[in-house]
Design a protein around this ligand. Structure first.
Ligand code: SF4
Length: 69
């Protein structure tokens, strides 16, 4: 599964970092780094992170393809 984080929306609340630390990482106070290709074993965690993000900044799967026009 591929993900994209809309960094203009992300407020660095770090919920995703707590839920899936192998995919999301905060550098400093507000720079979010992430792996756009989510490994199979991280899918559940990443789905939880998507649901937990307070500003819905994480897009996944079909939404990503739709955005990549
Ligand atoms: S949970 Fe959402 S707002 Fe918070 S750091 Fe992750 S993507 Fe950004």
């Amino acid at each position: 599964m591929r993900i994209v984080v809309d960094l203009t929306r992300c407020q660095a609340y770090a919920q995703c970092v707590f839920l899936a630390p192998q995919v999301f990482e905060l550098h400093g106070e507000e720079v979010l780094l992430y792996r756009p290709d989510v490994p199979e074993e991280q899918l559940d965690r990443v789905r939880q992170a998507i649901a937990a993000c307070p500003v819905q900044a994480i897009l996944a799967g079909e939404e990503v393809n739709a955005d990549a026009r």
